[in-house]
Design a protein around this ligand. Structure first.
Ligand SMILES: [Zn+2]
Length: 317
């Protein structure tokens, strides 16, 4: 990644593209503040909490592949990572869940319960899934059926996580920026010569012109269907009192990795490893031992048009 986010004397310095995010952030911030009590002091606070959502009952349905598969254990811990940002007027919550797919109905139910337990309004909550391919099924996809008991557990844990993050609020500083890593992103959907695209195995279409993963140097592949997004967007929060790192929210347009995850094991995949590694690096940086260089190095087994078939070589952050 080329650029870094850093705080210095309470100021965030970052790469040139951060101006777009700053403008967007200020726009949102102004909107959030428009309905707040006028007499509260405007002290920015933030709180974070990682709610453990690792399944406790096995076997359990895992999805993310073309068929259902029973999970018998967990390779690592899965989390619903919760961040509350509060300008002293109208708090917001951001939640990122280690799951492949989560329906709006599930998140709406979690939001409704959070709004009952905290002052955070449902329209000020942003929730998403990481898209790990090794999490319990909460949405029926690819021959897997939702696990009702786990779905209820997941909703409760999201509600609890945001509640804990809200309680953990303390005066804070926030910084943001955008880096770039082109080494791990590629377009997997390619325009193919007429009549050469693989047949849709699920039916319903014919004469497809686009194929996923055409293969290394496939002579029938004409061009990728879209440009890649190499940006690594970051929002970092630290305690105002002593500079302790509180949270980092990051976004990178890469699919799951899957390396080293047995087919019958639940896992947060590289998203979870990124989160755990960033936690260590942020503390190292805070202690003044080193700079937290934010770099994701993937070892994805996928064969792309531009890369020869290869064995997974692990991934580290
Ligand atoms: Zn996927």
């Amino acid at each position: 990644m080329k650029r870094r986010v850093r705080f210095r004397n309470g100021e965030c310095r970052s790469g040139g593209r951060s101006i777009l995010i700053v403008a967007l952030f200020l726009t949102i911030w102004t909107a959030w503040g428009s309905v707040s009590p006028a007499d509260e002091p405007a002290v920015f606070q933030a709180g974070a909490y990682a709610a453990d959502i690792t399944p406790t009952r096995f076997p359990i349905s895992l999805n993310g592949q073309m068929h259902d598969r029973p999970g018998s254990s967990a390779l690592d811990r899965l989390h619903a990572r919760c961040l509350v940002l509060d300008d002293g007027k109208a708090p917001v919550a951001i939640v990122v869940v280690d799951s492949c797919l989560i329906s709006r109905a599930i998140f709406d139910e979690a939001k409704r319960k959070i709004a009952e337990a905290t002052p955070i309004r449902t329209e000020r909550m942003l929730m998403s899934a990481t898209h790990t391919h090794s999490a319990p099924t909460v949405v029926g996809v690819f021959q897997s059926e939702p696990d009702a008991e786990y779905t209820a557990f997941l909703i409760d844990r999201i509600v609890d996580g945001v509640g804990q993050a809200f309680k953990n609020r303390e005066p804070a500083q926030v910084g943001w920026g955008v880096g770039e890593d082109r080494t791990q992103v590629f377009c997997r959907d390619w325009l193919m010569k007429p009549g050469t695209a693989a047949t849709n195995p699920f039916g319903g279409t014919k004469d497809d012109r686009v194929q996923m993963h055409p293969g290394y140097q496939n002579p029938n592949a004409i061009a990728p269907t879209a440009p890649v997004d190499p940006d690594v967007s970051l929002l970092a929060v630290k305690a105002k009192k002593d500079g302790r790192p509180l949270a980092v929210l990051a976004n990178f347009s890469m699919h799951y990795a899957g390396y080293g995850v047995p087919p019958d094991a639940a896992s947060a995949d590289y998203f979870g490893r990124f989160a755990e590694r960033i936690k260590v690096l942020a503390w190292i940086s805070h202690q003044g031992l080193n700079r937290a260089a934010l770099r994701v190095i993937g070892g994805i087994a996928t064969t792309t048009f531009d890369t020869e078939p290869r064995q997974p070589d692990g991934y580290r952050v």
